[in-house]
Design a protein. Structure first.
Length: 625
């Protein structure tokens, strides 16, 4: 048990060192122009206004002035670093040496070509405002790794406390404890959902809600949280991503639950902004008084009149500000029934000293085990929800992946404590023709389609799944994407849009727009995704339908669904190499996004070298309608 956790720490160290080295190679050793194309850099910048936000943080606006249509990877909360570039005599203008500023900033807000960045102090702001040939690039987020290392150390060293108990229960055959009260009836849930909620309520230590695609995992989890709040004053709800946290928080707020969202307010959905700690803080009756005191403190520093009485006056103002801030904070937390945040967000200073009866972790199959242990010490029992047959945690180091770093805490518990797992069996998303293949491959045939979706389709006598084989021609051979980090297949991308156009023509423009038939174009490769987006923008036929078409990677479609899903597989080579497509959990996600129609585009001779794709091709041949 301890050895397993120590092994996790070693593998996490490998991942950390690998990511640091990759980051160094892709930033320090790469030209600015190439970094801009990869979406990790803005250069050159125009500096706008600066001000203090509601959290008394100093922020500055910056605008990019070139590459305005280029996609980028900047998101709120991500660390960034400013730099200047020396002028160059090179005709191409790409050679000047970079000088990085000695502070790390953080993205507060980003929209199109404007970014608001939090800087640590006024000296940093002055450097930014006075710089020439200024640029900004993503920095490595090391804080998350440090939190995970600390969490693993804490759980490894735990003795004689609840954390040690939970560690032993998760990692060994230590027995589970359960309450024995009568089951609660939930007539609006199906039998497997009702059983799952009751198992959560009975659990004293740990429970797992296994929710395959379309089985109502969120509905079940919300019901379990709602019922738990009849027995507990406050619970902690976490997930790996901000999107997952917001989704469950929105559903809880729809039930009338008072949710407090902890985390960067610019990383939450517009609907959840009013539930963030920052917005609640700003709207508190005492906030105006606190803002006035903070302003007086800044003016006192700026006046430079540090004579007699300066320290006493400053001390009184700071004491009063601290008193007011703590009072507001206490008031906000006392009113909340659910505290919602990411797993790393549970280490927020606002939660220091807070303890909860129950911790709910949604999308637990996507979280590294170390990330879960950041939040677990704050609770007496843990409830995990997710599907370990879908997306695993994202890793970059091949050695860490081979060593098993992607094995999640949810998988550990499923293996050690199968009796605490509740499988949701009825799915409400896919027609039966689409559902049966993943059901056989991933869920032992235990799922069933609800009658409301079982036989639905878009066209009469339509085929639920079709595989369009790409030709054995040189132009259909895969190639490296422009950034050298991904793959693409331009001929297959053209074929993908042509096949989608033919399907749209069969349905009819008026019906598509009237019924809002939506489409997801998925590729496992980011290079192909970018290519498809460019082609779609240039294609006049799809102009009326662009709001109904989403193009993204498999990861980008997690938790979503569409009437029609089209998957561009990309791989086409003489060696039968399928690369990234070996990750069958990702393919499970891609396939199960479709409600009524699934179209696969790919080279069968290449892909069917792998047994999974051979079985998929055979299933499609044997189930034409």
């Amino acid at each position: 048990m301890i050895q397993a956790l120590e092994r996790q720490r070693q593998l996490l160290k490998l991942e950390y060192e690998y990511e640091k080295e990759q980051f160094r190679r892709h930033t320090e050793a790469t030209s600015v122009a190439r970094k801009v194309r990869r979406g990790i850099c803005w250069f050159p910048l125009r500096v706008g206004r600066s001000y203090y936000n509601s959290l008394d943080q100093l922020v500055v606006e910056v605008w990019r002035t070139e590459g305005l249509d280029d996609e980028h990877n900047f998101e709120p909360g991500k660390p960034v670093t400013f730099f200047t570039q020396e002028p160059t005599l090179s005709p191409r203008g790409d050679g000047g040496m970079l000088h990085f500023m000695r502070f790390t900033a953080q993205v507060s807000y980003v929209e199109e070509n404007r970014m608001v960045v939090t800087v640590p102090h006024t000296d940093a702001l002055v450097q930014v405002q006075n710089a020439e040939r200024l640029g900004l690039q993503l920095a490595l987020d090391e804080s998350t790794y440090h939190l995970m290392f600390e969490a693993l150390d804490r759980v490894i060293e735990a003795k004689g406390n609840r954390l040690a108990d939970l560690r032993d229960i998760c990692h060994t055959q230590a027995p589970l404890s359960k309450y024995t009260f009568m089951p609660t009836r939930f007539p609006w849930l199906n039998p497997s959902q009702e059983q799952a909620v009751n198992e959560v309520l009975w659990a004293k230590d740990v429970a797992v809600v296994h929710g395959p695609p379309g089985t109502g995992k969120t509905t079940t989890l919300v019901e379990a949280i709602y019922e738990t709040l009849h027995r507990e004053t406050q619970v902690l709800v976490c997930a790996q991503s901000n999107m997952a946290v917001d989704w469950i928080a929105e559903k809880l707020s729809d039930r009338g639950v008072n949710v407090l969202r902890i985390g960067n307010p610019t990383r939450v959905t517009d609907r959840m902004l009013g539930f963030t700690y920052e917005r609640r803080f700003e709207s508190h009756p005492s906030y105006t008084q606190l803002w006035a005191i903070r302003k007086a403190i800044r003016e006192l520093y700026a006046s430079r009149k540090h004579g007699d009485g300066f320290q006493q006056k400053l001390g009184r103002l700071k004491d009063r500000a601290m008193e007011l801030e703590l009072s507001i904070q206490q008031s906000i937390f006392d009113e909340a029934r659910v505290i919602a945040c990411t797993l790393t967000g549970s280490a927020n200073r606002l939660l220091t000293g807070h303890r909860f009866g129950t911790l709910f972790i949604d999308e637990a199959a996507q979280a590294l085990e170390a990330a879960c242990w950041i939040a677990i010490p704050k609770a007496d029992r843990i409830i995990l929800a997710g599907d370990h047959r879908q997306l695993p945690p994202t890793l970059k180091c091949p050695e860490a992946l081979q060593g098993g770093l992607d094995k999640t805490l949810m998988q550990v518990i499923v293996e050690n404590k199968p009796r605490c797992v509740s499988l949701l069996r009825v799915q409400y998303r896919m027609c039966d023709g689409i559902m049966q293949f993943p059901n056989q491959m991933f869920y032992e045939g235990l799922l069933e389609s609800d009658p409301s979706v079982k036989y639905r389709g878009i066209l009469d006598w339509d085929t639920p799944i079709e595989w369009f084989d790409t030709p054995d021609e040189p132009e259909y051979v895969e190639q490296q994407a422009g950034d050298g980090l991904s793959r693409q297949n331009p001929a297959e991308a053209e074929l993908t849009l042509r096949l989608l156009q033919e399907y749209f023509e069969k349905i009819g423009k008026e019906r598509i727009l009237y019924e809002r038939i939506d489409v997801g174009l998925i590729s496992p490769y980011r290079g192909q995704v970018q290519l498809l987006r460019q082609m779609l923008r240039r294609n006049a036929f799809f102009k009326p339908f662009r709001s109904l078409i989403t193009i993204n990677t498999v990861d980008g479609f997690q938790g979503q669904e569409r009437d029609v899903i089209v998957i561009s597989m990309v791989r086409s080579n003489d060696d039968g190499q399928v690369g990234f497509l070996r990750d069958l959990r990702r393919m499970n996600v891609a396939i199960t996004r479709a409600r009524m129609k699934l179209m696969l585009i790919g080279h069968k001779d290449t892909l069917c070298q792998h047994p999974f794709y051979r079985k998929l091709a055979k299933y499609i041949e044997q189930n034409p309608i």
